[in-house]
Design a protein around this ligand. Structure first.
Ligand code: GLU
Length: 549
């Protein structure tokens, strides 16, 4: 029996051979230096912030080199597949402006290198597995779970490396006749690689991010086709990235330890090894010890967490860009008018160890980002957020649309804009007091002046003698100064600092009383603007309410 016939028995009904597929997927016609890369998730429907980070880096690298970024769905582990998982991933990434040039889309595949879903590529994997069998680089393995368990126990006992290799690779030396007999007996099998590696030999490897290292060769006879006929991740990676002409494999650093297997597979299959860039993970500080941001332990790992908070996607991307290349912030400083997309990422500037995930920094970026938006934009985004997460508040925003936009407009579109809104879920918290419906029984945050009589005196004198609803900002301020003087407070800080004993306090104490009476808060955006929006009727009502509290 020829090896071809033998391979036909092991993997029957394969329509084409590997040469057919090599021809079907020719080299891509791209300019020199163009990066072809991919995002290759399992369709679990869940996007981890670390995965978003990798997808972002990969997409940006492709874009900035006029390359190709494609989406491949790695569903060979059918247990992990969830309904609609693919659409959720595409949807989520699109929100972050991460778009694919090619690959799986909600309406089918786009591009000439598909199918882009691994479960639809069975025939292709079998064609290449057959090639390996014909070349005596792969073989069937009939070992049961029970067999592996027994061998593992022995390996532990003899302190030998765990795995299927060398003398432990029981089925490696089965003759064709023995194999055929087992098949005739109905024994189930998988296909394993016949590794040509030597664990005691090292090979040189250069990762675009992590740099050079010496890695041990792989000597494990790893499974390449599982008993359900689907390939293992390792085998599919080699076949797919070869046929799809991926130039750069950009992925999470948890895959770095698989490099000996992957490079070996590429070489044994006769493929050119792609370039690899392993992105170091996002870490958290867990009571003094650094560990990877974890899907199970950290709520910040899920993208949905940011959506619930209402952190703008653009802010998350700006943060991830800062994490990717720390010189991004400086570039932004120096290129204020440029679109952040113009910044070019550089593998060499990426961290080689883990990067601490700095939530506070993200919030700061978010604050800055929101501070630069127009009032109408803030309104739209806050409303969209509230519609999903705070129905009642969304109704108020809709009912008082213009008024709300005016509130957002306070201290906006100016050199130093207000930065009180950190994320859209924070909007109500920052401006609830502007809505009578929410201003029920507030807790007044009186500051230096807490004496009820003094507060009453200040508020009544102000309303009766100095408040004028038609005042512009200068006159409004002048009137508060006059009020201060009349009641024995310094009307400016200089006088107060020179002779503090001459005064009951200063103008900030006076304006604080007015601020707290009208809003209950000691920190608010510009008081003049707030008063203008509240209008004289509500101001009077609120003063009355404060005095009764
Ligand atoms: N399917 C793998 C994952 O879920 C992809 C790894 C790769 O990019 O090669 O992480």
């Amino acid at each position: 029996m020829t090896r071809e016939e033998y391979a036909d028995i092991l993997l029957p009904n394969v329509k084409h051979d590997s040469a057919y597929y090599e021809k079907l997927y020719p080299e891509r016609d791209l300019k020199e230096g163009a990066i072809v890369t991919r995002y290759a998730p399992s369709p679990t429907g869940f996007i981890h912030i670390g995965a978003l980070y990798s997808a972002f880096i990969a997409s940006k690298m492709a874009k900035q080199t006029d390359g190709v970024f494609f989406l491949r769905i790695e569903d060979t582990d059918q247990k992990r597949t969830v309904d609609d998982g693919v659409n959720k991933i595409i949807d989520d990434l699109e929100k972050f402006d991460i778009k694919f040039d090619e690959g799986v889309t909600p309406s089918g595949d786009k591009g000439h290198y598909g199918p882009y879903t691994q479960s639809e590529r069975k025939d292709i994997y079998h064609a290449f597995a057959k090639k390996l069998i014909i070349e005596d680089k792969a073989y069937p393995c009939f070992c049961t779970e029970e067999d592996s368990k027994k061998d593992k126990e022995k390996q532990e006992k003899y302190k030998d490396r765990i795995g299927y290799y060398g003398r432990w690779a029981r089925c490696r030396h089965l003759t064709m006749e023995e194999v055929l007999e087992k098949i005739n007996n109905g024994e189930k099998y998988i296909i394993r690689l016949k590794s040509n590696g030597n664990f005691n030999r090292k090979f040189k490897f250069k990762d675009l991010i992590k740099g050079k290292s010496d890695l041990p060769e792989n000597d494990m006879d790893i499974p390449i086709i599982k008993s359900d006929g689907l390939p293992t991740y390792h085998f599919a990676h080699a076949v797919d990235d070869h046929l799809m002409h991926t130039t750069h494999v950009i992925r999470g650093d948890e895959w770095f330890s698989s490099i000996p297997i992957h490079t070996q597979l590429f070489v044994m299959l006769g493929f050119k090894v792609p370039k690899y860039a392993h992105i170091s993970p996002l870490m958290v500080d867990d009571n003094g010890t650094r560990r990877k941001l974890s899907k199970r332990k950290d709520k910040e790992a899920a993208i949905s967490f940011y959506h619930e908070k209402g952190i703008p996607n653009e802010a998350i991307m700006l943060y991830l860009e800062t994490v990717a290349n720390s010189n991004f912030e400086m570039w932004m400083e120096q290129n204020k008018d440029k679109d952040p997309n113009e910044f070019e990422l550089d593998f060499k500037k990426m961290s080689t160890g883990g990067t601490l995930f700095d939530y506070d920094k993200l919030i700061n970026i978010s604050k800055n980002y929101i501070s630069k938006l127009k009032a109408e934009e803030v309104y739209d985004l806050a409303l969209n957020h509230a519609k999903i997460y705070d129905k009642d508040f969304s109704l108020l925003l809709e009912k008082y649309k213009d008024y709300s936009i005016q509130i957002f407009n306070i201290e906006r579109e100016q050199k130093k804009p207000r930065k009180d809104i950190a994320y859209f879920g924070d909007v109500k918290n920052q401006m609830w007091y502007m809505y009578d419906e929410l201003f029920n029984t507030p807790t007044y945050e009186w500051q230096n002046i807490t004496d009820k009589k003094e507060i009453e005196l200040i508020l009544n004198t102000y309303l009766n003698e100095y408040y004028n609803m038609d005042d512009d900002k200068d006159n409004w301020f002048k009137h508060i100064q006059e009020l201060a003087e009349k009641l024995g407070y310094a009307s400016n800080m200089k006088d107060y600092k020179e002779n503090p004993n001459n005064y009951k306090g200063n103008i900030t104490d006076i304006s604080m009383v007015i601020r707290v009476a009208l809003t209950s808060k000691s920190m608010t955006p510009d008081l003049f603007e707030i008063m203008r929006l509240l209008g004289s009727e509500r101001i009077k009502e609120r003063v009355k309410k404060a005095l009764q509290s």
